[in-house]
Ligand binder design. Structure first.
Ligand code: NDP
Length: 327
């Protein structure tokens, strides 16, 4: 038996509770993990609160991320004792996830944790941090180098935003952070932001083109914010779009793309190919300062996760939340 959060649904009513689960109930997989830590991402918040139809099968153990030690494996690449990390692949949506003390997974979904990180740090990074790195890789691929000018990060005080700021600053970019929580300005500067702007300046409907400012951008917000970011990109700038914290819509025009050669780079972490994941995790080991990672991370217990899920959806969580599933 092990402890797990379990989401169940009766009629339209969804509920999430901490339960003792029998190993015999676990889904099929060729690697079994003793989970040390999981985490709460925005998507976990949506899954646990039921605010969006993230969970596709019930009952479901949530948790799109996990890090721990292999305790059984019939997969060629993993043996007992390996420290591994799981991000995405529909885990916590269609396959039982990692907000649990044990998880049985497909070994093809796992990667070994870079030796620079322990399992707690791997979950402080989580999907949010790995996605932030995918955004940085996309900016680099499109030629956004530090000398090109300012880079904007929206949803700055959230998980993706916080990690993106820390990485970009370490790489030498001048990072401007857009936030609705100006009280977090000192925190954002401590991560490496050089300037802070109020997100209200980006959230209202804007013009198709605005004064050119950003050489690059990491957008976690979507909707009018993304449209306004695109409108203010410099000639041949690139926006890495990964989020929808402000809305799923994209009320823009083609003007930035056809008149300024702006690139809108879509970022998707869940099904990203293994080689790209390994690349992103190696770059995180090189380009994310562990002290900054620590300063943006808070730890909670497994039974506190449902309450924290509501907080993250409400935009109240700063940085990253690690979940100690054994406490
Ligand atoms: P967080 O909740 O940690 O951060 C989101 C931040 O967005 C908040 O902290 C807040 O920042 C800002 N925000 C919240 N609500 C609004 C709003 N109504 N309007 C404008 N800004 C808002 O979430 P994550 O960092 O984990 O995820 C960020 C986004 O990225 C989510 O939409 C998530 O679904 C998406 N995502 C996508 C991935 C992919 O594969 N494409 C992978 C990972 C995440 P502040 O207070 O600073 O304004």
């Amino acid at each position: 038996m092990f402890k797990a959060l379990v989401i169940s649904k009766t009629g339209d009513q969804q509920e999430c509770a901490l339960r003792d689960v029998d190993e015999a109930e676990m889904m099929a997989g060729d690697v079994t993990l003793k989970v040390d830590y999981s985490t709460l991402n925005y998507k976990d918040g949506l899954a646990i609160t039921g605010k969006a139809p993230v969970v596709r099968k019930f009952p479901m153990v949530p948790g799109i991320d996990g890090a721990g030690t292999v305790i059984a494996s019939s997969h060629a690449q993993f043996k007992v004792g390996d420290k591994v990390v799981l991000n995405g692949w529909g885990v916590g949506e269609t396959h039982w996830g990692c907000l649990a003390q044990s998880a049985r997974l497909n070994g093809d979904w796992l990667i070994k944790i870079p030796t620079q990180f322990n399992t707690r740090q791997a979950m402080a990074i989580g999907t949010a941090g790995y996605t932030a790195m995918l955004c940085v890789l996309a900016l680099e691929q499109h030629g956004v180098t530090p000398d090109k000018g300012e880079v904007l990060v929206t949803g700055a005080a959230g998980g993706v935003g916080s990690v993106a700021i820390a990485i970009l600053a370490k790489l030498g970019y001048r990072v401007v952070a857009s936030t609705g929580r100006l009280t977090e300005s000192e925190y954002l500067k401590s991560l490496g932001a050089t300037d802070i702007i109020d997100r209200a300046t980006l959230s209202a409907p804007g013009k198709p083109l605005a004064k050119e400012r950003w050489a690059g951008a990491v957008d976690t917000v979507g909707s009018h914010t993304l449209a306004n970011v695109c409108a203010a990109m410099r000639y041949r700038g690139t926006v890495a779009a990964c989020g929808l914290a402000g809305g799923m819509d994209f009320p823009s025009s083609v003007a930035p793309f056809i008149l300024r050669g702006v690139t809108l780079a879509g970022i998707e972490s869940v099904m990203a190919p293994r080689e790209l994941r390994i690349d992103a995790w190696q770059r995180l080991a090189r380009d994310l300062d562990p002290a900054k990672l620590d300063s943006m991370t808070n730890e909670i217990t497994l039974d506190a996760a449902p309450g924290a899920a509501a907080d993250i959806v409400a935009g109240k969580v700063r940085g990253r939340l690690v979940v100690d599933v054994n406490r």
